[in-house]
Ligand binder design. Structure first.
Ligand code: CO
Ligand code: CO
Length: 285
């Protein structure tokens, strides 16, 4: 089937009380791991591309891979651009046929975030493409909100209605205490804040920094309205960690790719299946 409509998947998840897992993928093997995990669990899934992982024409290659994965799959696979900081990058992904794009103006003042988000929404909606934005700011690199007050800012529920109304965005990433990358200590999620946001938000909510949280915290966040859980670091660990140990074996010296890669793909696939179960999206395809 063609690449699935991300926003439709999220609306169905919101009605059904589960979340759709979304994985940043960067090579053929991680695409394969994610697509096979989704097939095995009969789950919808979102495959995402990050700008930093797609330099020098990489976006075109990766878009083609996602579309091929979606075309082959018997479950819905959506094709999403993760974290465009530059609106031009988001517009390029729209032109390439992504199902949805994220414009991340979260480090900007409110009015500038509204303006850049609206610019991308106008272009994307005219072409049938959904848009995710971020309000508040999810931090990076293992710092808590208290340790890095200048970089991480929790979402203010009172701002959500105005932001969505003025931008017409389709999905909203919220900052409730998660971080991108590895944690030094497990994060403390502000679940009351999440419930207050969900109570007023016209659109489905997205959790960034989904790696490295206790399973119970993710389950509770989904129960309180999260419909998309972004995962990158844990898939990197599963795939590249396994590949590193395979390459460390003496018999891997000079071995061909078909002997080196299956174990790492399988580790990625198992991680994807575990996250699908955590999100409750198994059997929802
Ligand atoms: Co299963
Ligand atoms: Co993110």
């Amino acid at each position: 089937m063609p690449a699935a409509d991300t926003i439709r998947l999220l609306r169905e998840a919101r009605r059904g009380g589960y979340a759709v897992p979304a994985f940043d993928v960067s090579n053929y093997e991680t695409f394969r791991a994610a697509a096979e995990g989704a097939e095995a669990e009969r789950s919808p899934i979102i495959l995402m591309v990050l700008q930093l992982d797609a330099p020098e024409g990489g976006l075109e290659y990766l878009a083609a891979l996602i579309k091929e994965a979606a075309a082959r799959a018997s479950v819905p696979i959506a094709c999403h651009l993760d974290h465009a900081l530059d609106p031009q990058w988001a517009l390029r992904a729209v032109d390439l046929g992504f199902s949805s794009v994220m414009i991340d103006g979260s480090a900007l003042p409110f009015e500038e975030n509204v303006a850049v988000t609206r610019q991308v929404v106008d272009y994307a909606h005219a072409r049938g493409v959904g848009v995710e934005a971020e309000l508040g700011h999810v931090g990076f690199g293992g710092y808590t909100v208290e340790e890095s007050p200048g970089t991480a800012v929790l979402t203010v529920p009172e701002e959500v209605v105005e932001f969505v109304a003025r931008t017409q965005v389709d999905a909203l990433a919220v900052a409730i205490g998660t971080c991108h990358g590895l944690y030094q200590e497990p994060p403390n999620l502000d679940l009351e804040r999440l419930s207050a946001i969900e109570a007023v938000s016209p659109v489905p909510l997205v959790l960034h920094g989904g790696s490295g949280n206790p399973d119970d915290a993710i389950r509770e966040a989904i129960r309180r309205g999260i419909t998309k859980v972004n995962i990158y670091t844990e898939l990197l660990d599963a795939f590249f960690g396994t590949l590193r140990s395979v390459l460390g074996r003496p018999e891997s010296q000079g071995a061909w790719a078909y002997r080196l890669l299956p174990e790492a793909i399988a580790a990625g696939r198992e991680l994807v299946r575990r996250k699908i179960h955590l999100c409750g999206s198994n059997g929802k395809a």
